[in-house]
Design a protein around this ligand. Structure first.
Ligand code: GTB
Length: 218
């Protein structure tokens, strides 16, 4: 049975790969699992059929036979546990790689999301200009800590793992911000992630959906 994931039928990022289906596609590509995509409109994401898959009405979701999953961290962890390629064999190294997955979504991503929310939704507020430097300071604080830990290593803990897949996916959200310019080792880390053939296939696949949607509209 082919795995099915859901994704935006028309991503608001214009196919830049920032929506979270990209990290699931990337994990599927890393472990060599073929998949189909069910493109979703915003309206369909709030319908009962999709809410049964994803209680918060979001993408992506993952279906493999009877198993239906949501939350990208859980989906990537599931794939990494079931197939070779994303987690080390050694039990302690495996646990550390999983810790990096949690660090990505639980420690590094939240201030990045806070910054995006501020820039997207709070720009007209009287306090926006005062607040933004504080929000960006919290992002920089995490980037500095991560940069210090990564130092001159290629990946966070030995070989590339699901921890790196999640961390690179989170950092990608800052790509156009210029904030990574102050942390050359993080910029290089991001570039290493993006250069992986599996990432490139995942990026191209999500971009193709956007391009097809554009053509259909014209
Ligand atoms: N914690 C969940 C997970 O990791 O799976 C979060 C899922 C999530 O945020 N999904 C977003 C969604 O469905 C899409 S990825 N949003 C619609 C809704 O909540 O109604 C977030 C996202 C959206 C758009 C861009 N973009 O255009 O740049 C980037 C990221």
């Amino acid at each position: 049975m082919t795995i099915i994931i859901t994704a935006f039928e028309r991503s608001p990022d214009g196919g830049r790969g920032l929506a979270r289906d990209t990290r699931v596609r990337w994990a599927l590509e890393e472990v060599g699992q073929p998949y189909d995509v069910r493109p979703m409109s915003f309206a369909a994401m709030k319908e009962p059929t999709h809410l049964a898959r994803q209680p918060f009405g979001q993408i992506p979701t993952f279906e493999d036979g009877d198993l239906v999953l949501f939350e990208t961290g859980a989906i990537v962890l599931h794939l990494a546990g079931r197939h070779a390629g994303l987690l080390p064999d050694d039990a302690n190294a495996r646990a550390r790689a999983i810790a990096w997955m949690f660090a990505a979504v639980n420690t590094v991503e939240p201030p990045i999301l806070e910054r995006e929310t501020a820039r997207l939704l709070e720009r007209d507020a009287s306090w926006y200009e005062q607040r933004l430097p504080h929000v960006e300071g919290r992002v920089r604080h995490r980037l500095k800590q991560l940069s210090e830990r990564l130092a001159d290593a290629d990946w966070l803990d030995g070989a590339f793992s699901a921890g790196d897949l999640m961390m690179v996916s989170v950092l990608l959200r800052l790509k156009s911000s210029g904030m990574l310019d102050d942390y050359p080792n993080l910029a290089a880390y991001l570039a290493r992630g993006e250069a992986r053939p599996a990432y490139r296939r995942a990026f191209a696949a999500q971009r193709a959906i956007f391009t097809t949607a554009q053509k259909t509209e014209i």
